[in-house]
Ligand binder design. Structure first.
Ligand code: C5P
Length: 308
């Protein structure tokens, strides 16, 4: 950050894994109705915001995949500032500059951009003294993107609608993950478009339900039962772009994962381990198999966006 005035306000927000992603037919507004089971993990984005001496809002990005992050209006931290000025009817709020410290891969299916948007809402609420409640911030977050409300909510939650309508689920224990990232991201709109093409008008309009066995498994915290229930209706679409990921999911299971699934629109493959020590062993094992990208450790459920 350069040229700013005053001290900054920071916030962090977590990545998400979809333990279940059930997808219905494309709606008239272009979105797909979902039944999804979101799970936040402790891979955290950090956003710091402070008043700027410059003429307009600005953003600087450091960390993982920093060069792949857009600096224009499509960046969700800039849209968060616009949204809050608009909703607070305070256009006079002076320009701000953001620093994003990235830990979540870009276009990885882990909602990294959404985490930035959620952290920006929390930090701006504090910087500008808006006093908006978490519930109000979560409602506003849905205007930034389908996954932004969950990045504020955190924990484990069922998502309906296009993913923005949340019902909390009380998770029974910590889940230990190995995340296989890939530097070649998959675009979310393209994954949904491929889903439409593969279905070719067939299939139910409403999304299938989240399996009851999976919800029970999450509540009881049994990793083997959770692993057996992981499901993602977008996988065939993601595999159409990236056939090697299907093999990677199978290899993770063979290497001792309780289950493995593409997260969201991919390409990150989330592998669930029986416990923390087993996750370290699994990560070591998968490093020799997965050389195309990184092998990261994470655990959840993690808290939603908060000041830090
Ligand atoms: O809401 P968000 O901006 O993250 O969505 C990005 C794109 O992903 C949408 O424009 C749409 O193409 C696709 N999408 C979808 N159905 C959803 C969520 C996202 O088709 N439920």
């Amino acid at each position: 950050m350069s040229g700013g005035t005053g001290s900054g306000v920071g916030a962090v927000a977590p990545a998400k894994i979809n333990l279940a992603l059930r997808v219905g037919a494309r709606r008239d507004d272009g979105f797909h109705p979902l039944n999804t089971l979101f799970h936040a993990v402790d891979l955290l984005e950090r956003v710091t915001v402070r008043p700027s001496a410059g003429p307009a809002d600005a953003v600087e990005v450091r960390g993982r995949d920093a060069r792949a992050v857009p600096l224009d209006r499509s960046n969700l931290v800039l849209r968060a500032a616009e949204l809050l000025r608009d909703r607070a009817a305070r256009r006079e709020f002076s320009p701000v500059e953001f620093l994003i410290d990235k830990a979540i891969p870009v276009a990885g299916g882990l909602a990294g951009g959404s985490a930035d948007g959620a952290a920006a809402l929390v930090a701006l609420n504090e910087l500008w003294g808006l006093g908006l409640s978490r519930e109000r911030l979560i409602a506003l977050a849905g205007e930034l993107g389908s996954d932004v409300p969950f990045a504020l909510h955190g924990g484990t939650a069922v998502g309906h609608g296009r993913g923005e309508l949340l019902s909390p689920v009380a998770a029974g224990g910590t889940l230990h993950w190995v995340l296989l990232t890939d530097p070649r991201g998959v675009s979310t709109p393209e994954a949904f478009q491929m889903f439409d093409e593969l279905r070719a008008g067939a299939g139910p309009a409403s999304p299938p339900p989240i399996p009851g066995e999976l919800l029970d498994a999450v509540r009881s915290g049994d990793p083997w039962a959770v692993g057996a229930g992981l499901v993602n209706d977008l996988e065939p679409a993601v595999f159409a772009f990236r056939p090697e990921l299907e093999e990677l999911v199978a290899r993770a299971r063979l290497a001792g994962a309780c289950g493995a699934v593409v997260s969201g629109s991919g390409p990150t493959v989330a592998c669930l381990a029986p416990d923390s020590a087993a996750a370290d062993v699994l990560a070591d094992e998968l490093r020799s198999v997965h050389t195309a990208g990184d092998v990261l450790r994470a655990s959840g459920p993690a808290a939603g966006a908060a000041g830090a």
